[in-house]
Design a protein around this ligand. Sequence first.
Ligand SMILES: CC(C)(COP(=O)(O)OP(=O)(O)OC[C@H]1O[C@@H](n2cnc3c(N)ncnc32)[C@H](O)[C@@H]1OP(=O)(O)O)[C@@H](O)C(=O)NCCC(=O)NCCS
Length: 142
Amino acid sequence: MGQLTIQPIEDGDVEAVVGLWRRCELTVPHNDPHKDIEFARGGPASDVLIGLFDGKLVASAMVGHDGHRGAVYYVATDPGVRGMGLGRAIMEAAEEWLADRGVWKLNLVIRDTNLAVKAFYESIGYDEEPRASMAKRLGNGG
Ligand SMILES: CC(C)(COP(=O)(O)OP(=O)(O)OC[C@H]1O[C@@H](n2cnc3c(N)ncnc32)[C@H](O)[C@@H]1OP(=O)(O)O)[C@@H](O)C(=O)NCCC(=O)NCCS
């Protein structure tokens, strides 16, 4: 049985992480994954965690907080290794990353094209809250 190691992304992992996100259909035209990784790595309040199974990149979670709540993005496990507990493990690592920094609540957003994934989050302890999600793109090139 292989071993899962979870650690922060390093420079040499970036292309493999982008490849994982593409295989998991998490990339969309309006988000540049390289820019997203660079921005998440640029400060102390966010990072990208990766999961290596026998040395092969199989999982990821971008994690961060805004001084109040924690958030995760790009939660992914490789299609070839799903249902083995790796999604749970990378989420536990993200929760621990936040808890270590004093954050006590994690909010996450699921695209309406991906609502089937709710069952995954429910099975690891997340509840749906009655909230409306609103957003605005800021005019700084993002
Ligand atoms: C969602 C995802 C990360 C789950 O990863 P995984 O490695 O299969 O998850 P785990 O094996 O740790 O599963 C943990 C629990 O969730 C359940 N689960 C996982 N995927 C599920 C699904 N699609 N439907 C129902 N339950 C699911 C498992 O049965 C397991 O439950 P259990 O502990 O009660 O047995 C993976 O399917 C994925 O990468 N999907 C594509 C990317 C994506 O949509 N990410 C989320 C963006 S919001």
